[in-house]
Design a protein around this ligand. Structure first.
Ligand SMILES: [Fe+2]
Length: 295
């Protein structure tokens, strides 16, 4: 397996690995897992991928999420990201699918608004537009390490509230449906997620984050905005240009990402599987109950 660096201090392409091998060979899994912990974003090119092989690969990393209410693929282990309507045609710009796609273009980490946040997301390209439609990543681990030590210490003991309806309201006030709001109440997580394998902390931020626990709302929002700006500063991102056969996986504990626009009349179809974080991934250390446990 060759590891080729892609981004500024994070993200790597793994060459000489078939994702099918990861599911069938524990030594291959161990090598990929070590690269995942270190590089945060992994790219596999020229893969033969379908839903079954993607899910088998993803399951190696932990329990797969069941897709939430209101998303394409609800009730399955797959999230279908597309702007193709039921009639097979690309939907108009004011269609819910198009608006959701715009929300996906805000910097975020997947599933921070869920009761169990995600360790990793695995995304495969099925239909790609001729240009645009890239996925852009930043390392919130490197962003955290760029901060002043005093601010780092403060953030390690701070908690932020995440709400799906908040990120969607930045695109349209009613984009999160009543069913989604009921199913997805706000969640509170430590602002720094420490990787239990290498001990490195990462800012745990997203477009879903709207408040800091115990902070006056305006001051909390201002700090979140400043941290988001610092984490996404120019020159810190890796932009993945999709090719047919690509699979990209990322560490939701240590990165943020956003979709990039593409010509609205062109089809794009991506399939995501998402793996929930477990205690081995540091889940308990970001839970607010860890505060009480320490007291
Ligand atoms: Fe995402």
């Amino acid at each position: 397996m060759d590891i080729i660096s892609l981004g500024p201090g994070f993200a790597a392409e793994l060459r000489g690995v078939r994702v099918a091998e990861v599911a069938s060979d524990t030594a291959v899994y161990s090598a990929v897992r070590a690269a995942f912990e270190k590089h945060s974003v992994l790219v596999f090119r020229d893969q033969d991928v379908d839903d079954d092989s993607q899910l088998a690969f993803s399951r190696c990393f932990g329990p797969p999420e069941v897709t939430k209410v209101g998303s394409q693929g609800t009730g399955t282990h797959f999230v279908i990201l597309s702007t193709i309507g039921e009639d097979g045609k690309v939907v108009p710009a004011d269609h819910r699918l198009a608006l959701r796609n715009r929300a996906n273009q805000l910097w975020h980490t997947d599933s921070s608004f869920k009761k169990i946040p995600a360790l990793t997301s695995v995304l495969s390209a099925r239909i790609i537009p001729a240009r645009g439609g890239e996925t852009e990543f930043v390392s919130t681990r490197l962003a955290f390490e760029r901060l002043e030590p005093r601010l780092r210490a403060k953030l390690e003991n701070s908690f932020a509230w995440h709400d799906y309806a908040h990120s969607r309201s930045q695109i349209a006030p009613d984009l999160a449906s009543p069913e989604e709001r009921a199913a997805l109440p706000p969640q509170c997580w430590r602002l720094v997620w420490k990787n239990p394998v290498n001990g490195r902390g990462a800012l745990y931020l997203a477009s879903h984050a709207y408040a800091i626990e115990g902070m006056e709302p305006t001051a909390g929002k201002k700090l979140l905005d400043e941290l988001m700006a610092a984490a996404t500063a120019p020159g810190t991102s890796y932009v993945h240009s999709w090719r047919s056969g690509d699979i990209v996986m990322w560490d939701n504990r240590a990165t943020m990402h956003r979709g990039r626009p593409w010509p609205a009349h062109e089809a794009r179809l991506m399939v995501r599987t998402t793996i929930s974080a477990t205690a081995a991934d540091g889940l308990e250390t970001v839970s607010p109950s860890s505060l009480h446990a320490a007291e």
